[in-house]
Design a protein around this ligand. Structure first.
Ligand SMILES: NC(=O)c1ccc[n+]([C@@H]2O[C@H](COP(=O)([O-])OP(=O)(O)OC[C@H]3O[C@@H](n4cnc5c(N)ncnc54)[C@H](O)[C@@H]3O)[C@@H](O)[C@H]2O)c1
Length: 284
C-alpha cells in the first residue's frame, strides 16, 4: 500500500470543498485548486462556517478548527497541485476531465494516485492515454461530503490492486465507509437513485401532481429530502449531466431519458441552491 500524506483536490464547488475539509480535519496537507476565484473564496468561507458549526456543537475544539484551516492551501494555480493523491471534482464532462488529468500527470510523479469524483463517467475512459493507468480510480463521495459516510471506490479496467487497497484504507482513516464498485455507468448509488429523479420529473411533465406534493409525499414516506429539493441541492446542471451521460452509456434506454424540464432549468441558469434558484427559490 502507498503512504498518503498530501492531497490535491481540483474543483472547489459543491463537492470539492467538502472533500478538502474532510482530509484537512484528519491531518492531511491539502491543496484545493479552483479556476473561479469567487468559488474559491466561497469554498474558504463555507469550510470555516462548517467548522464553526462543529465547534458550537462540541464536536471540534477551536484549536482543531484553526489547525484544519491552516492545513488547506487555496489556489487558482494548477502548478501547486502536486500531491500523493489527487481527487478531481470539476464539471461532469469527459473531455474537460481528460484534459485536467493530462495536465496533472505532467506536473506530478508516476507515484501519484489520480482519482475522479465523477458520478457517472467511465473511469477507464478518463484514464485513457495516461501512463501507468493502474494508479487511476474513482473515489465517489456523497453530498455533503464532510458529513456523508459512504464513498464508492471504483475500479477501472486498468486500476491495480495496490491503488484500490490504498484508497479503501484511506477512506477508513478519514472516517468513511468504502464500497468497492466496478466501472459501470452510475456505479451503484447513482444507478439506483436515477429513477428517484427521472420518474418524479416524468410525473411533473405529465402534470399528474405538483412538485411540492411529490416532495412532501416522498419525505413522509421516509426519504430525507424529496427529489426536487435534492436536485436543487445536487445542482441541476450536475444532475442533468449525470442523467444524460447514463442515458448514453445505457444505449438510450428509455428509463434513463433526461427530462426537458431539467434541461430548461439548466438553460435558464436555475441550477439550484448554488445559484439561488432552481425548482425552488432560495433568494430570501
Ligand atoms: N453535486 C453533487 O451532489 C455530487 C455528488 C457526488 C459527485 N458529484 C460529482 O462531483 C463533480 C463536481 O460536482 P460539483 O457538484 O461539485 O460541481 P460544481 O459545479 O459545484 O463545482 C465544480 C467546480 O469545478 C470548477 N472547474 C471547472 N473546470 C475546472 C477545471 N478545469 N479546473 C478546476 N476547476 C474547474 C468550476 O469552476 C466549479 O466551481 C462532478 O463530477 C459530479 O458529478 C457531484
Amino acid at each position: 500500500m502507498k503512504t498518503i500524506k498530501t492531497v490535491g483536490v481540483c474543483g472547489a464547488g459543491t463537492m470539492g470543498s467538502g472533500i478538502a475539509q474532510v482530509f484537512a480535519q484528519h491531518g492531511f496537507s491539502v491543496v484545493l485548486f479552483e479556476l473561479n476565484e469567487a468559488v474559491l473564496q466561497q469554498a474558504q468561507k463555507g469550510i470555516e462556517k462548517n467548522l464553526s458549526i462543529a465547534v458550537e456543537k462540541g464536536k471540534l475544539t477551536e484549536t482543531e478548527k484553526q489547525k484544519t484551516l491552516s492545513g488547506i492551501t487555496f489556489t487558482a494555480d494548477l502548478n501547486q497541485v502536486k500531491a500523493d493523491l489527487i481527487i478531481e471534482a470539476i464539471v461532469e464532462n469527459m473531455a474537460i476531465k481528460q484534459n485536467l488529468f493530462a495536465d496533472l500527470v505532467a506536473i506530478n510523479t508516476t507515484e501519484t494516485i489520480l482519482t475522479s469524483n465523477t458520478s457517472s463517467l467511465a473511469i477507464t475512459a478518463i484514464a485513457k492515454g495516461i501512463s501507468q493507468p493502474g494508479r487511476i480510480a474513482g473515489l465517489h463521495f456523497f453530498n455533503p461530503a464532510h458529513l456523508m459516510k459512504l464513498v464508492e471506490v471504483i475500479k477501472g479496467a486498468s486500476t491495480d490492486e495496490e491503488t484500490i487497497e490504498t484508497l479503501k484504507a484511506l477512506c477508513i482513516t478519514i472516517g468513511k465507509t468504502p464500497v468497492l464498485c466496478q466501472d459501470s455507468p452510475g456505479f451503484i448509488v447513482n444507478r439506483v437513485a436515477r429513477h428517484y429523479y427521472v420518474e418524479s420529473l416524468k410525473i411533473l411533465e405529465e402534470n399528474a401532481c405538483k412538485m411540492q406534493n411529490i416532495d412532501e409525499l416522498l419525505e413522509s414516506a421516509g426519504f430525507k429530502m424529496g427529489p426536487f429539493k435534492l436536485m436543487d441541492t445536487i445542482g441541476n446542471d450536475i444532475n442533468f449531466a449525470v442523467t444524460s451521460s447514463m442515458y448514453q452509456a445505457f444505449h438510450q434506454e428509455a428509463k434513463f431519458r433526461p427530462s426537458r424540464i431539467q434541461q430548461q432549468k439548466v438553460d435558464a441558469g436555475h441550477l439550484g441552491k448554488k445559484t439561488g434558484k432552481g425548482f425552488y427559490d432560495y433568494s430570501a
